[in-house]
Design a binder for this molecule. Structure first.
Ligand code: NAP
Length: 433
């Protein structure tokens, strides 16, 4: 009797937990369920549209989905079309792999002003996510943007805002975003971090990219780039080696010479946002200048300063969205778990398990560890009907699940003109089938 598993979410962590089980127990039957008609979650809607190399991982995921015993069940919202309790009754184990798609809030005055948007909304908008395609975060008179946060998402956002149409030609940037960004011609983007250069969360390849843009030149302000790591970072540890590279790259930005670049990306360190200023629409961000203490924590100096901005993107991290009747830790913004185990036959992987950190490859060993736990804890139960039970429920409810061949149809249509042009509404996707 094979194990029957339902995975909710078809992004990297969901794919990898299914792969982990399938590698050890090839007979296992796994349904990968997604709210959208299309699979691949963060790879499709989170990875930057100009990082097409990263998106090639989809080819591996497609091969995996084509294996015997694996099914894509798209266009099904767990919590609405089918409940977690029903899935737990039908399958031996249920794994939540829904990621973290809600923006954390700064909680400072003016956050509700027009022109202030969280990076999750903004990234989904430029990636054609059906839920976000109607947003219009950039107005045609936008000239200056501030991105808050010193992580890779902040870099993605800044890069997409300044790259020229030619630099984006091979990307799958949403058509509505391409038009809005071109119409606005944003000349200055500031990436603001509350700590110093050595404490930034960027990774070296992503930061290095900012020095290779045809349209914008990066510069560093607010703090000297130190020649050595501060004492609170151990240079011999992997993290210390990454930080050393970050400092080298930041220093190298000073040596860059202006050629074609008309725009600026300013890396503003030691700046903690205190308010967004403006009447109805944001006009500036107010910051407090910070200094670093010996433990690597930022301490306020009470000196305030402003940076003009008609667009502000807060890229300060994400949180998961609760699912009805699944325990949820509101404070941490994720599902409480021990090594991926929530309770009984319910598990969690990825950002819903450990919080919003790590790149796509980080998820593979993490999800594999949860797959081992599932195989240790769970034995196949003859009474669990798996896919048959789900299909019956969905048929009763007149749901129209999508499968791998539907995805291939959508995929082919999106590639009709060569470079992918994503469909930006669920209706458009379903009509295409
Ligand atoms: P992140 O790396 O955790 O960065 C979040 C940033 O927000 C940090 O600089 C943090 O500063 C700052 N922040 C948090 N709360 C703040 C506050 N109240 N005020 C001011 N700043 C605040 O998160 P992320 O950029 O969202 O990225 C999430 C994960 O996805 C990361 O692991 C990232 O590497 C990965 N990712 C990878 C790629 C890629 O590989 N190309 C692309 C995008 C994302 P403190 O450090 O001071 O807290």
């Amino acid at each position: 009797m094979p194990l029957k598993i339902a995975v909710i979410g078809t992004g990297p962590s969901g794919m990898y937990v299914a792969e982990g089980v399938k590698k050890k127990l090839p007979d296992t039957e796994i349904d990968l369920i997604d709210r959208l008609p299309t699979p691949f979650g963060l790879v499709r809607y989170g990875v930057a549209p100009d990082h097409q190399g990263t998106k090639k991982v989809i080819n591996l995921y497609e091969k995996f989905l084509a294996q015997d015993g694996i099914r894509l069940v798209g266009n099904i919202e767990v919590g609405k079309d089918v409940s977690v309790a029903e899935l737990r009754d039908a399958y031996d184990a249920v794994v939540i792999a829904t990621g973290a798609r809600k923006d954390k809030k700064l909680g400072i005055p003016g956050e509700e002003l027009e022109g202030v948007i969280g990076s999750s909304d903004f990234v989904n908008w430029y990636n054609s996510h059906p839920d976000y395609s109607d947003l219009s975060p950039i107005s045609s008179d936008s000239k200056a943007a501030v991105v808050i946060g010193n992580g890779n998402v902040a870099i993605d956002v800044a890069r997409i805002l300044v790259k020229s149409a030619e630099e984006m030609a091979d990307s799958d940037l949403a058509e509505h975003s391409r038009k809005a960004i071109d119409a606005a011609s944003i000349m200055n983007v500031t990436i603001a971090g509350r700590r110093g250069p050595a404490e930034a969360s960027f990774t070296p390849p992503e930061l290095r990219e900012l020095g290779k843009l045809e349209s914008a030149l990066p510069n560093v302000t607010g703090a000297e780039v130190p020649s050595e790591l501060p004492l609170h970072i151990d240079a011999s540890q992997p993290e210390g080696r990454i930080k050393t590279k970050i400092l080298d790259i930041l220093r190298s930005f000073n040596d860059l010479e202006k050629t074609t670049q008309e725009k600026n990306i300013t890396l503003q360190f030691l700046a903690s946002p205190t308010a967004f200023l403006g009447q109805d629409k944001v006009t500036a961000v107010q910051f407090e200048r910070m200094e670093m203490n010996e433990e690597g924590r930022p301490v306020g100096t009470q000196e305030l300063f402003e940076i003009p901005a008609d667009l502000v993107v807060t890229a300060i991290g994400y949180q998961s969205v609760p699912i009805p009747n699944v325990p949820f830790d509101e404070k941490l913004g994720r599902f409480p778990n021990i090594d991926g185990h929530i309770e009984d036959n319910l598990y969690v992987v990825g950002w819903g398990k450990r919080g919003p950190s790590g790149t796509i490859p980080t998820n593979r060993p993490d999800s594999f560890a949860v797959s081992r736990l599932i195989m240790e804890n769970i034995t196949a139960d003859d009474n669990k009907e798996g896919s048959n039970a789900l299909d019956k429920l969905l048929a009763e409810r007149n749901c129209r699940p999508t499968d791998l061949s539907d995805w291939k149809t959508i995929d082919a249509k999106e590639h009709e003109n060569g470079v992918r042009q994503k469909m930006s509404s669920i209706e458009e996707m379903l009509t295409a089938l």
